[in-house]
Design a protein around this ligand. Sequence first.
Ligand SMILES: *[C@@H]1O[C@H](CO)[C@@H](O)[C@H](O)[C@H]1NC(C)=O
Ligand SMILES: *[C@@H]1O[C@H](CO)[C@@H](O)[C@H](O)[C@H]1NC(C)=O
Ligand SMILES: *[C@@H]1O[C@H](CO)[C@@H](O)[C@H](O)[C@H]1NC(C)=O
Ligand SMILES: *[C@@H]1O[C@H](CO)[C@@H](O)[C@H](O)[C@H]1NC(C)=O
Ligand SMILES: *[C@@H]1O[C@H](CO)[C@@H](O)[C@H](O)[C@H]1NC(C)=O
Length: 385
Amino acid sequence: MFRFLKPRGVKTGCFLLLLGTPLLFVWFLKNPGKTVVVQNMGEDSQVKTPKNNSYVRSWPSCQQNTSVQNITDLNTLPNNIQDFLYYRHCRHFPMLLDLPDKCGGPDKSAEVFLLLVVKTSPLNYDRREVLRKTWAKERLHNGVWIRRVFISGTSDSGFEKMRLNKLLELEHGEHSDILQWDIMDTFYNLTLKQMLFLEWMERNCPNVRFLLNGDDDVFANTDNMVEFLQSLQDNDGGKHLFIGHVIQNVGPIRESYSKYFIPVQVQESETYPPYCGGGGFLLSGYTASVIYNMSKSVSLLPIDDVYMGMCLAKAGLGPTSHIGVKTAGLYVPSSVLDRYDPCFFRDVLLVHRFLPAHLYLMWHQINDPNLKCSQKKRLQPHQIW
Ligand SMILES: *[C@@H]1O[C@H](CO)[C@@H](O)[C@H](O)[C@H]1NC(C)=O
Ligand SMILES: *[C@@H]1O[C@H](CO)[C@@H](O)[C@H](O)[C@H]1NC(C)=O
Ligand SMILES: *[C@@H]1O[C@H](CO)[C@@H](O)[C@H](O)[C@H]1NC(C)=O
Ligand SMILES: *[C@@H]1O[C@H](CO)[C@@H](O)[C@H](O)[C@H]1NC(C)=O
Ligand SMILES: *[C@@H]1O[C@H](CO)[C@@H](O)[C@H](O)[C@H]1NC(C)=O
């Protein structure tokens, strides 16, 4: 997500990173997506399945922090912020849909080169369907495995919540690609969802090489990503890597009408550390583990991409910009050029905000072997911001 128009990240990195490295290993995963549907999730804290191969403990429900009622001017804050403060310390929630064998087990998880982790909400069925057929397709590319998980909470309440849970359960049964926690899938719970994912990863896929963490409405050129990551000479996922659209020199928005409102009661400091816009960023398995470890001692901030930056900063690390990541959208500076010309998208890594129909078409167009792009249709670095 892009939310600050003025300050923009420093851009480094190469624009075109398409050199494939020689095929070193061909990895095969057996049963990559054994699915588990957790039944009868109740209020109590008992393990519900005979087998202990899945994280199915239902956590005792987390209690409100009653001291929050004493926070200065609490009652002047919007309800969702008050709610956030009361439950800010809650980090454990039961899973409704799990995939403990997604990466072939913790030991074999090193065989997954790129794990696509896509934030989705139950209702976004059309987005998930198109991603499964396009950039998020599970496949072997250039000799390495790409795998996919959607991460979701629950939406709505009553019958509608049950219907939407049923939908995810159906999709999970068919595609083995949904992780769902029993949390409300709201904007201010995105950080929580992200951290629940990292905890899941630590348990089930700790040795995954790289991850793409992004929204379900982005266009990601995952073939280019694999080739870019393979071209890194000294990093096989075991070293720090966190790249995307870097946002820096910004701080909390104090206007209560903003979607991104963060009052002093949530964060006093006027600055955020550098972070990558949450529409999509690439990170190594090592960095995912560092962030998870640091998160245990960094209190939650409701804006997930900023929070990742805070955890990085705590570890003395930072994000790096890549010019091919356009979480603010791709700016094609002419009224006579088609802004959806596939030639503009062939070389990028990620562009934010695509409708499913545009995404489906674009993926097919950039993969068309007959696609001809003249030099003037290759985006030049100065044309992209
Ligand atoms: C089941 O798994 C949990 C979480 O990993 C662990 O704490 C617990 O000891 C396990 N129980 C059994 C019976 O293996
Ligand atoms: C709130 O503040 C009052 C007055 O200082 C104090 O007596 C009370 O214990 C506090 N409540 C909590 C839950 O901290
Ligand atoms: C409860 O809220 C108070 C006031 O914001 C805070 O100082 C304290 O650290 C919180 N406790 C926990 C367990 O998060
Ligand atoms: C986050 O999810 C929890 C669990 O469903 C819910 O109690 C809480 O109200 C949600 N918080 C926000 C800020 O939406
Ligand atoms: C994170 O913590 C775990 C458990 O303490 C440790 O095994 C792991 O090496 C840590 N990860 C990193 C990248 O330091």
